[in-house]
Design a protein around this ligand. Structure first.
Ligand code: NAD
Ligand code: DAU
Length: 327
């Protein structure tokens, strides 16, 4: 049986990926995760895997794990834009140096790598337009987070071209679903209302994100691992790149019976992300299951309502930090 090394497998998307991959039963799964504030062993409860606590920047550890696996799926990253505005340094270290460390190990041992990237490396699109990001869109990152993700993508592309490393890259839009940290938009609003506080909308709330359910993202990653062409990049999106933040908050308020307020905007706030996923649909036959975002949102709300023990511990600290910046 093949062995799959999953970095960042105790985080939001990574843990949902490990659960899905374990259900499909295609490989033995080894998770490498540093268990930062965003990583949680509880996310993997009941899922068959082996766990190694450590950093993707630890070259000897990474070398040993890569040597003993067949394929690496690289989710580990500092992932929150607001945190990168407060302190960019862990973003440079994990996202850039960590990816470099993995690339050197897969190069030495001739292993396959799939690199999880984001639509944010393309910058943003104007509100009201109908253009979308394709795999050919120029890199134009706005925040320290997206700049470090862009940097890591460039390393992967250079290692493919210069050293023949067997790698693929995917750019996905905003994920939502169970086990997402309460610092992020959708879980923050759900848990605010469940806590009796108003939802918090940055600025006008006119910004647009192309929301995708985490299971649809991970199903696309599995399709790339199975059928993707080496050296290629694939955009992943579910066709929701027209729904505003205000509409999402209004929906959450309607479903949970809450209210919202406008708070300080994010500096440099990207306006619109919309993905063109024609390539992955045509080449790999991938299709999202959650074509109606509201169905996935309702399910996610139910999950948070039923898992207060999972999110309550992190909530107070997160809200204290947001309050300090007027958010
Ligand atoms: P997350 O913050 O929930 O999880 C990140 C995980 O990485 C955590 O378990 C954390 O402990 C681990 N980690 C952090 N630094 C590490 C290090 N130095 N060594 C090993 N592990 C480390 O993030 P997420 O939202 O699940 O995002 C996962 C990946 O998907 C990231 O690469 C992110 O850029 C990308 N992505 C996220 C989204 C989204 O909407 N959340 C969309 C597109 C792409
Ligand atoms: O597009 C993919 C990216 O999506 C990923 O690469 C990132 O890892 C992930 O965090 C996410 O980035 P965003 O910055 O888009 O996500 P966030 O959940 O922080 O915010 C979504 C939108 O909601 C954004 O326009 C800011 C706004 N927002 C956010 C918070 C936390 C609010 O209006 N209120 C809030 O309280």
């Amino acid at each position: 049986m093949r062995t799959m090394l999953v970095t960042g497998g105790a985080g939001f998307i990574g843990s949902n990926f490990v659960r899905l991959a374990a259900q499909r039963g295609t490989a033995r799964i080894v998770v490498l995760d540093a268990l930062t504030y965003a990583g949680n062993r509880a996310n993997l409860e009941g899922v068959e895997h082996e766990f190694v606590q450590g950093s993707v920047t630890d070259a000897p550890l990474v070398d040993d794990l890569v040597r003993h696996c067949d394929v690496v799926v690289h989710f580990a990253a500092e992932s929150h834009n607001d945190n990168s505005l407060a302190d960019p340094s862990p973003f440079v270290n994990t996202n850039v140096v960590g990816t470099f460390t993995l690339l050197e190990a897969v190069r030495r041992h001739g292993k396959r790598l799939h690199h999880i990237s984001t639509d944010e490396v393309f910058g943003d699109l104007p509100l009201g337009g109908d253009e979308a990001f394709t795999e050919q869109s120029p890199y134009r990152p706005s925040s320290p987070y997206s700049a470090t993700k862009a940097g890591s993508d460039h390393l992967v592309r250079a290692w493919v071209r210069s050293f023949g490393v067997k790698a693929t890259v995917s750019h996905c839009s905003n994920n939502f679903g169970p086990y997402q940290h309460v610092e992020k938009f959708i879980p923050r609003q759900i848990t605010n209302i469940l806590s009796g506080a108003p939802a918090k909308l940055y600025g006008s709330g006119a910004q647009v994100r192309d929301w995708i359910h985490v299971d649809d993202h991970n199903d696309a990653v599995l399709a790339i691992l199975e059928r993707g062409r080496l050296g290629e990049t694939y955009n992943i999106g579910a066709g929701h790149g027209h729904i505003t933040n205000k509409e999402v908050v209004e929906m959450i308020c309607e479903l949970l019976g809450g209210t919202y307020e406008h708070v300080a905007d994010r500096p440099g706030h990207d306006q619109r992300y919309t993905m063109d996923a024609t390539k992955i649909r045509g080449e790999l036959g991938w299709r999202p299951q959650y074509t109606d975002m509201w169905v996935g949102l309702e399910k996610t709300i139910t999950w948070y309502a039923e898992h207060e023990d999972w999110w309550r511990g992190a909530k107070v600290g997160v809200e204290k930090r947001y309050a300090e910046s007027g958010q």
